[in-house]
Design a protein around this ligand. Structure first.
Ligand SMILES: [Zn+2]
Length: 215
């Protein structure tokens, strides 16, 4: 059985892995590893799980975790840049940290800050940390993220990366049932090339995209 890729929409994927709860496929084109869409939980179940997480805006461990996305972004920003934290969750710590650095950061989250007004304008930067692994429709959201950027805008994405099939089998990240898309460097390289973006990797899980200033 082959599933269409939810990211690049390519029709061919192959079996990648399976565990007690789910089957994982890999797209033959962009290499995304994904859960069969027939095995997704409902949005209500998803929200219940997020509600039980503790993402305290003042938690220093959480802030340290998010600073991995903040550190490569800050040198890219002009003074008083304006941004959006897409999928900020219930405790928007990253937006708070950016705002404290003088970069006003708007909030959007489908569950906690569902203010779609903020999606009708463009920003100097957009952050999307620990979000894209949850999306049922990553194709649409990726296009939306790019549309939210001003020319030469910066997009920071944070998600854990697939290394290989053997390590995937024992990967704690896939055992979170709200995680349904698993990206690798190959997938992000594909996205950068396909959309004409420059891409830099930071550490194990931070990707910084810039719209290439091609005249
Ligand atoms: Zn694909």
């Amino acid at each position: 059985m082959s599933e269409s890729c939810p990211l690049c929409l390519h029709s061919k994927s192959t079996f990648y892995s399976e565990d007690k709860r789910r089957v994982y496929y890999q797209c033959e084109l962009c290499q995304l590893v994904f859960v069969a869409r027939s095995q997704l939980i409902s949005l209500e179940q998803e929200k219940q799980i997020y509600d039980s997480h503790e993402n305290d805006v003042n938690d220093t461990g959480y802030q340290k975790f998010l600073s991995r996305a903040l550190a490569p972004l800050l040198p890219e920003l002009a003074e008083a840049s304006q941004g959006l934290d897409f999928g900020c969750g219930p405790g928007p710590a990253l937006a708070k940290m950016l705002t404290e650095k003088g970069h006003a950061t708007a909030l959007y989250d489908i569950f906690y800050y569902p203010n779609t007004e903020v999606l009708n304008r463009q920003y100097d930067f957009v952050t999307c940390t620990e979000v894209i692994e949850h999306l049922a429709n990553p194709n649409e959201v990726w296009a939306q993220l790019l549309n939210l950027l001003k020319p030469n805008g910066v997009l920071v994405v944070m998600t854990k990366l697939v290394i290989d099939q053997a390590r995937f089998k024992n990967w704690h990240y896939k055992n979170d049932i709200t995680h349904i898309n698993f990206f690798s460097r190959a997938t992000f390289d594909y996205l950068a090339q396909h959309h004409g973006l420059s891409l830099t990797y930071y550490g194990d899980d931070v990707m910084l995209f810039k719209q290439s200033a091609i005249v």
